[in-house]
Design a protein around this ligand. Structure first.
Ligand SMILES: [Fe+2]
Ligand SMILES: [Fe+2]
Length: 298
């Protein structure tokens, strides 16, 4: 497998046909502008507040966040700038990106809820692992986690029988699929729908103008061989995402005796390049998982 696969015209074409028949969601223009500004060092909190003020719905969301019981304020905040200082640029950006993606991609029902819980868990886990691993951008890791399976709701919307394979799509590469005993999720999706959620997700990240490192890691999030990435940043981000997705799979079945996710030892054995890239081993993967369960769920 090499990076040429990223340009596999056939895969992109098939995915593009599918999303064009459903309507490819694009990033709201204001959000795009805010993200551009946040990336510039000269940007102040006042500049972002001015942008937010232009949009009634976004302003209302920010005020709702600031006035939520989480901040425990005695008096209500009605200034956008104060609300933004209180919530923090990072939290605001994460929440608004997640809600915008959710609104754009759509969907409803318990399968959709399960999918969003998984996405939020993997986003949080990616950011946490990125911080621990000293990755250059915690935010990029968060966004990669948030978007990694965003092709799934598009397929669910188009094909009602997709919910039958949802759990398989939300789990990670397992030894049965790796050894060819069981079909991979990509193989199943291609057979049924003539495309797969990784290609659809890749196209969505492109239409949202996300950095190419994120798009590539989304495309390859079911591939254990991270050597396909010649760029070291993408390689590292992919390793972070693969580990976060594995831990997210565990969390999905937390407390259940029927957890289909493999043990840390089995996973580390199958993902040698990932654990080496992150300077980890089966034991530290387990510690990371326990940390995240505690951080995200207790
Ligand atoms: Fe996936
Ligand atoms: Fe996933």
């Amino acid at each position: 497998m090499n990076e040429k696969l990223l340009n596999q015209e056939d895969d992109v074409k098939k995915a593009a046909e599918l999303v064009s028949s459903i309507g490819i969601p694009s990033q709201p223009a204001l959000l795009l502008e805010i993200n551009k500004k946040i990336g510039r060092p000269e940007t102040s909190i006042g500049d972002i507040a001015d942008l937010i003020s232009k949009d009634v719905a976004m302003s209302a969301k920010l005020l709702k966040m600031a006035n939520s019981s989480f901040f425990g304020l005695r008096e209500k905040v009605d200034s956008i700038q104060r609300a933004l200082s209180l919530v923090g640029l990072k939290n605001f950006n994460r929440i608004i990106l997640a809600t915008s993606l959710r609104e754009s991609v759509g969907g409803h029902g318990s399968s959709t809820e399960k999918f969003w819980n998984h996405s939020m868990t993997v986003a949080g886990a990616s950011a946490y692992i990125a911080k621990k691993a000293g990755f250059e951008s915690e935010e990029q890791a968060y966004i990669a986690g948030l978007f990694h399976d965003c092709g799934v709701p598009m397929l669910m919307k188009k094909y009602p029988d997709y919910s039958q394979i949802l759990d398989y799509a939300l789990s990670v590469v397992n030894s049965a699929s790796l050894s060819g005993i069981k079909k991979s999720i990509i193989g199943i999706e291609e057979e049924r729908y003539n495309t797969h959620h990784c290609a659809v997700g890749y196209l969505i990240t492109k239409s949202w103008h996300l950095p190419i490192t994120i798009s590539k890691s989304v495309w390859y999030h079911h591939f254990v061989n991270i050597d396909i990435h010649s760029d070291p940043v993408t390689r590292r981000l992919s390793a972070i995402l693969l580990l976060a997705d594995y831990i997210g799979g565990h969390i999905l079945y937390l407390g259940g005796s029927d957890c289909p996710v493999e043990t840390e030892t089995e996973w580390a054995k199958m993902h040698k390049k990932v654990v080496t890239e992150l300077a980890m081993n089966a034991e530290s993967v387990k510690d990371m998982k326990d940390d995240l369960v505690e951080k995200l769920y207790i």
